[in-house]
Design a protein around this ligand. Structure first.
Ligand code: RAM
Length: 529
């Protein structure tokens, strides 16, 4: 089998499948305990914190004539990560309602303990005995076999001076990551229970400072490498069960994050063998994404966002010479930003964030090429990234000290990814981020809606040497969820708007979401207290 073939990559991935650690957990509170129930009577179990696992329920039965049950028991289970998921609300969103954690089962022998076969993610379980049985049932006990591939013993204690809020944020972040670590790094154990590359990029970074399960990162990289699209781009997500396959979607930021994930993996492990094996996949992502910038197929003059139309005033640093200086092939004037995820914010102009991710990841690729002494690849990458750097410079407006695309939109994420691209010097980066914070404090600026995107804002603050502001952001934003009683960090969080959802209903949102776990990374890497 060839070293770089898909089959070889998949074989490696399968050999790294982790064993799951199991723990038995019981509810801390059972509402309805001691009551005899039937005909719509219900129990509410609270496990005290978030869990992922299978539930086993035991019941006592009573029939007036003291004979054993004469019909099956019909039981409806509703699992919820947060209590509001138990509210009865209409749902008309596009995402399948089969994601709701609802299960109705017939139990033929209610005298025997019953285990639901499917895994659920929850803190609460509402159990309703819906049928008009001739007998009643009473709670007799419940256990959950909680599963994770994370080793909780690996978590180092925080320094004693750490404040209680930071401690709580860290604990919530670590729990979020723990419950998303299963046979792969899942995005959310409720939904999508799938390995997404953008989520992996942030989970893996946090993992190095917490559970240190490097082989799980390696497994996930090999899974993506083993399931490429015909053009060599990796899928944005992999389903590892019930059938192993790559998802049809390609997102360019996610494909590029393959490079960043590999670079971080190498820095954490110095595993040069894996780096060498996966290098062709990493390089392909850079080339294929850059190729789509240049490609005629995608270049429609009338639809393009002309980066330089609006920013060509005298004050701009951008010149056509800059744009073409390093190009080794024909250069289009824009990145197809609609192929980038970046955030669920619907009104976001993604031009600058897309450019930022492109530059960040191409720089990572150049570093890896240097480590592998692949000078031709390094040269090629420098040629590819050059025009992007020139375009990024062109977005800076001297008069406002902000990065603005042709649409004129001022967004937090344009500033964050602009700074993270490393194109601007420290002083300019500080100006950009200070201006961003000022606008976020009551001004008019398009804000991120996911902790995924907020991560990059925090990282940009650190990159601009504004660590105090990064800590304040973590305390305000992720601390906001903690103060609202979160056990894990949510997929989407817009302070003051609990109904925010990309799926038409917060019922569909995941409340333990991988991409939200990065406070533990910041707290532990930078010693935030
Ligand atoms: C959603 C999930 C996942 C994310 C993708 C882009 O389905 O939240 O975590 O990576 O969107």
């Amino acid at each position: 089998m060839r070293e770089n073939s898909g089959a070889h990559y998949l074989e490696k991935a399968l050999s790294l499948k982790p064993l799951l650690n199991k723990k038995t957990v019981r509810p801390v509170k059972v509402t309805g305990e001691g009551e005899w129930l039937r005909d719509g009577g219900s129990l509410l179990l609270d496990f005290g914190t978030h869990l992922v696992g299978r539930i086993t329920l035991a019941l006592d039965c009573r029939r007036d004539d003291d004979l054993s049950p004469d019909s099956p028991l019909l039981v409806e289970f509703k699992f919820a990560e947060v209590l509001s998921e138990l509210e009865e609300r209409p749902y008309s969103g596009g995402m399948s309602r089969s994601w709701f954690q609802h299960e109705t089962v017939h139990i033929d022998n209610p005298l025997e303990a019953f285990t639901l076969p499917r895994r659920y993610a929850f803190r609460y379980a509402k159990i309703t005995f819906t049928a008009n049985t001739s007998y009643s049932v009473r709670y007799a006990g419940c256990t959950v076999t909680a599963v994770t591939s994370a080793d909780e013993a690996a978590i180092a204690p925080l320094p004693p001076q750490t404040s209680s809020l930071v401690r709580k944020i860290d604990e919530t972040a670590v729990r979020t990551l723990r419950d998303c670590m299963q046979e792969v790094f899942e995005d959310g154990p409720k939904r999508d229970r799938r390995l997404w590359l953008g989520d992996l990029y942030l989970q893996a970074r946090t993992n190095y400072y917490t559970f240190g399960n490097n082989d799980l990162v390696k497994r996930c990289l090999y899974l993506f490498a083993g399931l490429p699209h015909p053009d060599g781009l990796v899928s944005s997500a992999v389903f590892h069960e019930p059938v192993l396959r790559g998802q049809a979607w390609i997102l360019h930021d996610y494909a590029l994050f393959f490079i960043g994930t590999l670079a971080d993996y190498y820095r954490a492990t110095k595993d040069v063998e894996t780096l060498r094996e996966l290098w062709p996949v990493a390089l392909r992502q850079a080339e294929a994404v850059a190729g789509s910038v240049h490609s005629d197929e995608y270049f429609h003059e009338d639809e393009s966002i002309h980066a330089d139309e609006d920013v060509h005033g005298g004050e701009d640093v951008h010149t056509d010479e800059d744009v073409h200086a390093n190009a080794d092939t024909r250069v289009a004037e824009y990145l197809p930003a609609d192929r980038y995820f970046i955030d669920w914010c619907p009104s976001l102009d993604k031009t600058i964030p897309a450019e930022g991710v492109f530059i960040m990841m191409l720089k990572e690729a150049s570093e890896l090429a240097g480590i592998l002494k692949r000078s031709k690849d390094a040269q090629r990458l420098a040629g590819i990234v050059g025009p992007g750097i020139a375009r990024m410079r062109g977005y800076f407006r001297v008069e406002s000290g902000l990065l603005v695309p042709a649409s004129g939109q001022v967004s937090v994420l344009s500033q964050a990814f602009g700074v993270l691209s490393g194109v601007f010097d420290k002083a300019t980066s500080r100006v950009i981020m200070k201006n961003t914070l000022a606008l976020m404090d009551g001004g008019d600026i398009v804000r991120p809606v996911t902790p995924f995107a907020m991560h990059f804002l925090a990282e940009a603050l650190v990159a601009a040497d504004l660590r105090r502001d990064a800590l304040k952001l973590i305390k305000d934003y992720w601390g906001g969820m903690v103060k609202e009683g979160a056990d894990c960090f949510y997929e989407v969080y817009v302070p003051g708007n609990p109904d925010a959802s990309p799926y038409g209903s917060p019922l569909m949102n995941s409340y333990c979401h991988a991409w939200s776990c990065t406070p533990a990374y910041f707290i532990r890497k930078y010693g935030f207290k």
